[in-house]
Design a protein around this ligand. Structure first.
Ligand code: CA
Length: 553
């Protein structure tokens, strides 16, 4: 039965993703135009006296009225709306309604001739949709509406390697697991309030977030300013072991400032400490010495996790762009220098190869770059019971990493509505609800619905971080296939535990051989180019097992 369990899981994932891809491919390359003067005009008038319009004229809006058009979308999809307008009477604001709900207030700059104004991306339903401009300020001209479908995110373009080339295999497997689910599944996560959350949801999250806070050497909650082992690291190890290595451990660090501040105050806050992070660039400064002392102290704890075989999503210097923590209080340059120092110290000096580096502040000008980050995150607190997908931030982060890195909700109050995440193409890699806010900012029903959703992965649904394949009598090999689905290339790897030469073959649904590589010795690690394959489901087979696996593109 073990042999077939992963089968089922993969198939269900694939079918889900295939459906999404089919819908999106139909919607692509659609452009819909509508002349404003052909719409329903209420207390606005058609005019032709100003040159430069398209169609048979344009619409003049004075101090009242509205202009409404109906457009028919072939499928439900996001469209970018560009409106050709003329604001020769000065910059103006007007209200935009989509399907009779207010979407936004458009702020048009002054311009003496017709020009194209980008009104943003709008989700249109399949069939008829109404778009209406309602007078807010009035006094301008509308010529034409152009809707261009927005291509869906391609979730298969994340890089296959962690930034640390020496990352250990278990850590790589966690990353592969996250990548293989990205775009089709959202991994559940929670910080403290763990058992209470499970009591509410009925399920255990996959990801559990802990904090290095009390291990900070300059701990203001001890009268002698000493660090405190509050048991968190051991708790993380124990929990990880209790999941049979299927849980994912995350650590942030509410880093008490290396010096400065008063006892019994939260001196990770910028306004509670005099510590100046900009001194990080002066290696002769006391601040630099204290920073390195602190990083070295945390390295001891991270090494405990490494020794115990626990991969860690390591999320230091979070919310830096908000400037409320001391590490972000002096601007991005100081913070990024601190990040570089920490990466170098932990990776190259301390040899920590169990870390996946997570950066969670959404500002583009704070981003360390794709060469320094594995996962880009956002800490989302839109207010209690606000279950939006946070699509605008998702799109922003996706753009920052150019689709090359995973995007996650590294903290959240409300958990986004999963159906909205799917519908609005904002498939966060994971969410991680912040302690009891999960209870005070989400209804019980919402939590239950999220955890019961087929696109949310809970701990009981994790078969393994890689797909187990039964080889020979009692040996187990791990066959990795990712990204899956893919459009260009599939990476297949497994560790050979016998001396036989391996054969790797790919068949289509008709059983036709699409790819073969023979006489592979040692560990199998193949990049298979599938860019010429038609869309569909494919079977991967090795000569040392009869088990077949599926890939779809
Ligand atoms: Ca026109």
């Amino acid at each position: 039965m073990n042999t077939f369990y992963p089968f089922t899981k993969i198939i269900s994932t694939l079918l889900f993703t295939t459906a999404l891809l089919t819908i999106n491919s139909v919607a692509q390359a659609q452009v819909i135009t509508k002349e404003a003067e052909d719409g329903t005009l209420t207390d606005v008038t058609k005019a032709t006296s100003i040159a430069g319009y398209s169609g048979s004229g344009y619409v003049y809006m004075a101090d009242k009225g509205s202009l409404k058009i109906t457009i028919t979308a072939p499928t439900k999809a996001y469209y970018n709306l560009v409106i050709a307008v003329n604001t020769s009477m000065g910059g103006k604001s007007q209200d935009l309604y989509v399907n009779n709900s207010k979407f936004s207030t458009l702020i048009f700059p002054a311009n003496n001739s017709f020009f194209n104004f980008n009104a943003g991306n709008i989700l249109l339903q399949a069939g008829d949709n109404t778009i209406e401009i309602v007078k807010n300020w009035g006094w301008m001209y509308f010529d034409k509406f152009t809707f261009t479908v927005v291509p869906p995110h391609d979730y298969s373009t994340t890089v296959s390697s962690l930034i640390n080339p020496n990352a250990d295999q278990k850590t790589k497997d966690v990353y592969s697991f996250l990548r293989s689910n990205y775009g089709s599944k959202i991994i559940s996560g929670q910080t403290d309030y763990w058992s209470q959350l499970i009591a509410i949801s009925g399920k255990s999250p996959v990801l559990r977030a802990f904090d290095m806070q009390n291990y900070s050497p300059h701990n203001p909650w001890h009268n002698d300013w000493s660090s405190w082992d509050d048991g968190t690291v051991q708790n993380a190890i124990d929990w990880y072991n209790s999941t049979n290595d299927k849980g994912i451990v995350s650590f942030q660090w509410h880093w008490f400032s290396p010096s400065g501040g008063q006892l019994q105050t939260s001196i990770f806050m910028a306004d509670k400490t005099t510590f100046d992070v900009s001194k990080v660039s002066n290696t002769a400064s006391q601040e630099y010495t204290d920073i390195v002392r602190d990083i070295d102290a945390i390295a001891v704890q991270l090494k405990r996790l490494q020794t115990a075989g626990v991969p860690v999503l390591w999320r230091p210097l979070h919310e830096a762009g908000g400037a409320w923590f001391w590490w972000g209080a002096k601007g991005s340059a100081s913070c990024l220098a601190l990040y570089d120092l920490m990466y170098d110290r932990l990776t190259n000096h301390h040899g920590l190869n169990n870390l996946i580096w997570v950066w969670s502040t959404p500002e583009a000008d704070w981003y360390p770059g794709n060469s320094k980050v594995d996962i880009l995150g956002y800490d989302s607190y839109p207010g209690a019971y606000s279950y939006g997908s946070q699509k605008s931030v998702f799109d922003q982060l996706f753009s920052i990493v150019d689709g090359k890195k995973l995007i996650a909700l590294t903290e959240n109050g409300p958990i986004p509505d999963i159906d909205k995440c799917i519908e609005e193409d904002a498939m966060w890699c994971y969410f991680s609800s912040w302690v009891d806010l999960v209870n005070t900012q989400n209804t019980t029903q919402h939590i239950v619905d999220v955890y019961a959703h087929s696109a949310v992965t809970s701990l009981d649904e994790v078969a393994d971080f890689s797909t187990e394949v039964q080889f020979n009598s009692n040996a187990t090999k791990q066959l990795l296939v990712y990204p899956n689905p893919s459009t260009n290339e599939v990476y297949v790897s497994f560790t050979s535990t016998n001396n036989n030469l391996e054969t790797l073959q790919v068949f289509n649904e008709l059983g036709e051989l699409m790819y073969a590589k023979n006489n592979i010795s040692g560990n199998v690690s193949e990049h298979i180019n599938i860019s010429d394959f038609p869309n569909g489901i494919y079977f991967i087979q090795s000569n040392s097992t009869n088990t077949k696996f599926l890939v779809v593109r």
